[in-house]
Every structure is written in structure tokens, then in C-alpha cells.
Design a protein around this ligand. Structure first.
Ligand code: TMP
Length: 210
């Protein structure tokens, strides 16, 4: 079976990283070649840009921020995701272009077209085959974040609740605009329960019927 490009998206603390890992483990257990990766990051160059982006000592303007995310993504696509897909591997990525559309365009005021233009320049407009959007109640997320970050939230995670509410709304809008690609997953419950929901949604992709 030739590979697919699967992304996990959502706001802070929705459990994307855990779900991406659980799905990658399952696909590997089925004998598929899988690359599990994340954004910003996934290559040495993009991980270096991640440090710059999330470090509280920098005060990037929204345009510089969008360019840095696009630059990190470009390196990631060129040196990790693209080669993996060319080999026929499955790629499971924790965040991708929709995070830039939701955070830099939804949370801040860049247009979606501007973000997509940067993506065309940087990454040949590569889009995932499937995007799981994890959504959860704000209260559940707040307690997960407190457990994860304590007082140590990064430059973007630490932004006000109103910013994150706009991001969450933009993710929902993107999903509504592209129902063929997006699959909404209720992120409430234990990681195993959420994983089951992801697997049920994956069944058709794995040739297992609906
Ligand atoms: P993470 O916490 O999921 O690793 O992501 C790091 C932060 O970067 C998170 O606050 C979301 C943010 N982000 C953007 O603002 N735009 C992007 O394009 C990506 C990939 C992440």
C-alpha cells in the first residue's frame, strides 16, 4: 500500500503528539514504513528555527513569525516529508500548514491567502491527504496545559485565551471548508479512547471498510 500524508491539528494541549505517536506505532505494527514527525521541527534546520520561534526572548512580528514557520516547513518538506512520501512511506505529522492558517492568520490578522502563498513558495503547496482535527472543551485543555507546562508556557502557547479562542474557531472554519480532508475527533477522554476514535476514522484509509 503506498504511503499517505496524515497530519494532526488542534489547539494547545489537545493531545495531538500522543495521538500522532499512537497512530504511528499502530501503522508500524502493521508492517508499514512510517515517519513520525512534528512542526515546527522535524529536521535539524527546522528544529533550530523552532527554538527561535518559541523562545520568549524574541518578539517576532506576525509577518516574521509566519515567514519563519514557512521556512521551517520548507526545510522539513524538502528534507524529510517529501523524501519519505517519494519512498512510499506513511508520514504522520504533529501540526502542519493548517496550524499556520489557524494561528498566524486566525489568531493574528494575516490573510489565509498570504499564508497559502508562503506555503506555495516554501513547500510547493503540499497538502496532507488526511487531517485529524482534535477538539476539546476549553476547561479540559486548561487543566492538561497546567499539567504539561506549569508556568513555563512558550511564546505562542502563553498568549491570551482570546487569541487561542480565535485559533480554535479558525480550525473549525478550515475543517468546515474542506470536509473531504478534515476528520474531526473529540479529544475528550483517555488517550486510548481518543485513539479508538482515530482508528475508526482511519479504517477506510487502511482498506478496512468503514
Ligand atoms: P507544539 O506545542 O504543538 O509543539 O507547537 C508549538 C507552537 O507553535 C504552538 O503554540 C502552535 C504554534 N504553531 C504556529 O503558531 N504555527 C504553525 O505553523 C505551527 C506548526 C505551530
Amino acid at each position: 500500500m503506498s504511503g499517505r500524508f496524515i497530519t494532526f491539528e488542534g489547539g494547545e494541549g489537545a493531545g495531538k503528539s500522543t495521538q500522532a505517536r499512537m497512530l504511528a506505532d499502530l501503522l508500524e505494527a502493521r508492517g508499514l514504513n512510517v515517519v513520525l514527525t512534528r512542526e515546527p521541527g522535524g529536521t535539524p534546520g527546522a528544529e533550530a528555527i523552532r527554538e527561535l520561534l518559541l523562545d520568549n526572548r524574541h518578539d517576532w512580528d506576525v509577518r516574521a513569525e509566519a515567514l519563519l514557520f514557512a521556512a521551517a516547513r520548507s526545510d522539513h518538506v524538502e528534507n524529510a516529508i517529501g523524501p519519505a512520501l517519494d519512498r512510499g512511506d506513511w508520514v504522520v505529522c504533529d501540526r502542519f500548514i493548517d496550524s499556520s492558517r489557524a494561528y498566524q492568520a486566525g489568531g493574528d490578522d494575516l490573510s489565509d491567502d498570504a499564508i497559502l502563498s508562503l506555503h506555495t513558495i516554501g513547500s510547493f503547496a503540499l497538502m496532507p491527504d488526511v487531517t485529524f482535527l482534535l477538539y476539546a472543551e476549553t476547561d479540559a485543555i486548561a487543566s492538561r496545559l497546567a499539567a504539561r507546562d506549569g508556568d513555563e508556557s512558550d511564546r505562542i502557547g502563553g498568549r491570551p485565551a482570546e487569541y487561542h479562542a480565535r485559533v480554535a474557531q479558525r480550525f473549525r472554519d478550515l475543517a468546515a471548508m474542506d470536509p473531504e480532508r478534515f476528520i474531526l475527533i473529540d479529544a475528550s477522554g483517555t488517550p486510548d479512547v481518543v485513539h479508538e476514535r482515530v482508528l475508526r476514522a482511519m479504517a477506510p484509509l487502511l482498506g478496512e471498510g468503514g
